[in-house]
Design a protein around this ligand. Structure first.
Ligand SMILES: C[S@@+](CC[C@H](N)C(=O)[O-])C[C@H]1O[C@@H](n2cnc3c(N)ncnc32)[C@H](O)[C@@H]1O
Length: 267
C-alpha cells in the first residue's frame, strides 16, 4: 500500500512539545525501560525525524553507544544535525534512509533497531521488517512504537462531530495490532505487544487546537481528503474549536489519552 505522507519539522516539534507539556507520563522513560541500551551497543533508529530517540540513547549510554539515525526527510535530518552540533555527540551519525528501499547496512550489524511512530508508514511491511531483521545481530531486538486503535478517542470524536465526516484511515492505528503485528511476528523468532497510556490534560482550548493544527496540517498529507486548500482547512479548524470549547466549558479541561503500542521483537 503506497502511503502519501511527509512530516515537517514544524509540525513534529510542535506535537513533541505539547506531549512534554501536557502529558502525565514520559514515553522516553518507557522506551528506555524496555530497551535498556548498553554503552557497547550499535543502534539504528529508523525514521529518526529530528533525532529525539537518538539523543535519548546517547544520553542514557553517556555518549558511548554507536548510533545511526536514518530518515528520508532532509529537512528533519538537518534539524537533527544542528542539534547534534550544539550538543557535541560524536557517536551519532544521521543519514538518509528510505525504509521502502534496501538498507545500506551489512547483515548482523545492530544490537537493536528502534522506530518511533515511523516505520508503520512503510508501503510493504514484509519487505521493510525483513530489512530490519537482516541488519540485526542474532538475538538482537527491534522495538516499534505506534498508535493503537484506542488512541486519542476524544480527538477523533471532536473532529467527527465538528466535520460530520469520517476520519481518513490512519496508517498506524488502523493496522498496528493486525497487519503490522502479524507481519513482524511472521519474520522474527519472538514478538510481544506492550502498551503505554498517557493522558494529556489541556487546561485551555488553545493548546489542544495547536495540536490539532500540527496533526491535520496540509503539509503532512494524511488528512487532505477532508479539505481542499487553506480556506477549507481553516474552516474545519474553526468548527473543531467550537466543539472543543463546548466540551471544555462542560468539564473545565480537555483530556486526550494517547494509547501507544510497542511491538518488541527478537531475531
Ligand atoms: C511522526 S515522525 C517520528 C519521528 C521520530 N521518530 C520521533 O519520534 O520524533 C515520522 C518520521 O518518519 C519519517 N518517514 C516517513 N516515511 C519514511 C520513509 N519512507 N523512510 C524513512 N523515514 C520516513 C518521517 O520523515 C518522520 O521523520
Amino acid at each position: 500500500m503506497q502511503i502519501n505522507y511527509q512530516e515537517t519539522s514544524k509540525d513534529l516539534l510542535k506535537r513533541i512539545d505539547i506531549h512534554e507539556k501536557y502529558g502525565a507520563k514520559n514515553i522516553d522513560n518507557w522506551n528506555l525501560e524496555v530497551l535498556n541500551p548498553q554503552p557497547n551497543f550499535k543502534i539504528l533508529d529508523v525514521g529518526c525525524g529530528a533525532g529525539k530517540q537518538c539523543f535519548l540513547y546517547s544520553d542514557y549510554t553517556k555518549g558511548q553507544a554507536v548510533i545511526t539515525g536514518g530518515d528520508f526527510s532532509e529537512e528533519l535530518l538537518e534539524k537533527a544535525r544542528s542539534k547534534q552540533i550544539e550538543r557535541g555527540d560524536s557517536n551519532i551519525n544521521f543519514q538518509f534512509l528510505d525504509f521502502n528501499k534496501p538498507f545500506s547496512f551489512g547483515d548482523n550489524t545492530f544490537d537493536f533497531v528502534s522506530s518511533a511512530f515511523a516505520i508503520y508508514y512503510a508501503s510493504d511491511l514484509q519487505f521493510t521488517f525483513s530489512e530490519v531483521h537482516r541488519v540485526l545481530k542474532p538475538g538482537g531486538r527491534m522495538f516499534v512504537t505506534g498508535p493503537l486503535p484506542e488512541n486519542k478517542q476524544m480527538f477523533y470524536q471532536i473532529i467527527k462531530e465538528a466535520t460530520n465526516q469520517s476520519i481518513p484511515p490512519m496508517p498506524g492505528s488502523s493496522r498496528f495490532k493486525g497487519e503490522i503485528f502479524n507481519s513482524i511476528n511472521s519474520i522474527f523468532a519472538k514478538t510481544e505487544l506492550l502498551t503505554f497510556e498517557n493522558p494529556l490534560t489541556f487546561p485551555e482550548v488553545e493548546p489542544f487546537i495547536e495540536y490539532v493544527r500540527a496533526s491535520l496540517s496540509e503539509d503532512r498529507k494524511l488528512w487532505t481528503s477532508m479539505f481542499n486548500g487553506p480556506e477549507e482547512y481553516n474552516a474545519i479548524i474553526a468548527k473543531i474549536e467550537e466543539v472543543a470549547t463546548r466540551l471544555f466549558l462542560k468539564d473545565g479541561k480537555l483530556v486526550m489519552t494517547k494509547v501507544v503500542g510497542g511491538i518488541l521483537a527478537q531475531k
